[in-house]
Design a protein around this ligand. Structure first.
Ligand code: SF4
Length: 314
């Protein structure tokens, strides 16, 4: 295990932020988009089965506030929670690149007007990337830090189709490569574990694919059931059962074991912020206990990020 990882069995993104910005930096989630290609039914797409009405936004109660209000309100929350004084404004909700380019640029200008903003992070999906958006990121990258977080979830076409993502694995790979090459932004991807057809072999293949892509970070998410989602209907109909903490921790350990240690990790799971929305599984509700439970299981298995990475490449 790397001595720089603050005792964690994985490479924490906080370390990269510390190195780059010379101190603690946290993300301030904001919302400027109000929809996405799926919700608009483009090309016959449907809402992803796991997505709640807020487009996976962390602060649903302030989603309709002006961008300035959101930045100031959310920054105050994360500043006191994480004791940070520098921030990345994270355009999180829905598909940020589905909004008009002028609106996106206005949002960037507002975010950068705060002296303690040290960069921009944009959440999007891999098939919603115009040349103008990529060019804009390149332009902003000349004056500030720009990172893009791509909702990939899985590279497996059957799983992508089951969750109604509206894109396939090859499109995800192409999108990631385009962002890295054409915009120069740092690329991170979001992955979900807990699919009904998931298996160990597939998790290892996913880690190896990540190692081969031009990404610098990953964010892991457990597939959980939120109220008023298609997945909730499936859960109530007995068609879906979320995996338990043991199996999820096993999958995360396997993924980390094979993941290149250069790739930073945002988090190991999305433990619920909005308890009122959570239907299942129950372990997601217990944030600290479940996080520590995962770390304990990974440590007990003697696993750390990249332990099996070298042998992948011999
Ligand atoms: S996950 Fe993203 S693309 Fe899917 S429905 Fe939600 S906002 Fe739209």
């Amino acid at each position: 295990m790397n001595a720089e990882w603050d005792g964690k069995p994985y490479h924490p993104i906080s370390l990269e932020y510390r190195k780059r910005f010379g101190g603690k930096v946290v993300k301030v989630p904001v919302s400027i988009a109000d929809s996405c290609p799926n919700r608009e039914g483009l090309k016959g797409m449907k809402t992803c089965i796991f997505c709640d009405e807020h487009g996976s936004f962390a602060y649903a109660d302030t989603q309709k506030e002006s961008l300035r209000n959101q930045i100031e309100l959310h920054r105050a929350k994360v500043a006191s929670r994480f004791n940070a004084a520098k921030f990345l404004v994270y355009f999180q909700a829905y598909t940020t690149t589905f909004t008009a380019l002028n609106r996106l640029k206005d949002g960037f200008e507002i975010a950068l007007s705060y002296p303690d903003t040290v960069g921009l992070v944009v959440g999007t999906r891999p098939d919603c990337l115009s040349e103008a958006v990529l060019r804009t990121w390149r332009e902003y990258g000349e004056k500030t830090y720009v990172a893009v977080e791509v909702g990939v979830q899985s590279f497996d076409d059957d799983q992508l189709s089951w969750m109604r993502r509206g894109h396939n694995g090859a499109q995800a790979i192409r999108g990631i490569e385009r962002i890295a090459k054409e915009s120069g932004a740092e690329v991170g991807i979001h992955l979900m574990f807990g699919w009904p057809t998931e298996n160990d072999k597939q998790i290892i293949e996913t880690a190896r694919l990540c190692n081969s892509l031009p990404i610098s970070n990953v964010k892991l998410h457990n597939l959980h059931v939120l109220a008023n989602t298609p997945l909730a209907d499936m859960y109530h109909a007995g068609e879906f059962q979320p995996i338990d903490l043991d199996l999820y921790a096993h999958r995360v350990a396997l993924f980390l074991d094979h993941l290149d240690p250069r790739i930073a990790v945002h988090r190991l799971a999305a433990l619920s912020n909005r308890w009122d929305e959570l239907i299942a599984p129950e372990w997601v509700r217990h944030k600290m206990r479940s996080f520590q439970g995962m770390i304990d299981r990974i440590n007990e298995a003697g696993v750390y990020q990249g332990r099996s990475f070298t042998s992948n490449h011999q």
